[in-house]
Structures are given as structure tokens and as C-alpha cells.
Write a protein of this length. Structure first.
Length: 75
């Protein structure tokens, strides 16, 4: 029987860690965490764009999850 315990949030936790690494993005998405499109930043907010990232090792890959996405799916 699965429990709906949500005391753990692997994807959120990974995004929080990523946000503080001061990564300079050179790939998609092209808004560059808000620096590339001020109107989009105004509309969505800087917090939203700071964690809008492409698949990368620290954040796993949706097509072939092996870390945080897989862990979240197993909760």
C-alpha cells in the first residue's frame, strides 16, 4: 500500500540547490534565467525563471530518470 507522505520533495530540493550554484546557462531555455527576456521575467517572475532549466545531470532527465526524478516517482 502506497502512502501519500510528502515530507520529501526531491525535485524541489534539487532545484533549490541548483539555484544557489550560480550557473551561467548557455543552452535552452533561451531566456537565460530571466536575463534574456525582461517582459517574460516581469510576467512570470524572477523566482520562476531562476529554476526553469533544461535536463542536466544534477536535475536528472525526464526521458531516462536515474536520480531525483526517479526518486520522486518512487515516493
Amino acid at each position: 500500500m502506497h502512502s501519500l507522505w510528502q515530507g520529501k520533495a526531491p525535485i524541489y530540493e534539487a532545484l533549490e540547490k541548483y539555484k544557489f550554484k550560480r550557473v551561467v546557462p548557455f543552452d535552452v531555455p533561451g531566456h537565460k534565467q530571466g536575463r534574456g527576456n525582461p517582459k517574460l521575467t516581469e510576467f512570470l517572475g524572477q523566482k520562476c525563471l531562476s529554476v526553469d532549466v533544461n535536463s542536466m545531470k544534477p536535475l536528472d532527465n525526464l526521458v531516462h530518470p536515474v536520480s531525483v526524478i526517479k526518486e520522486a516517482e518512487e515516493l
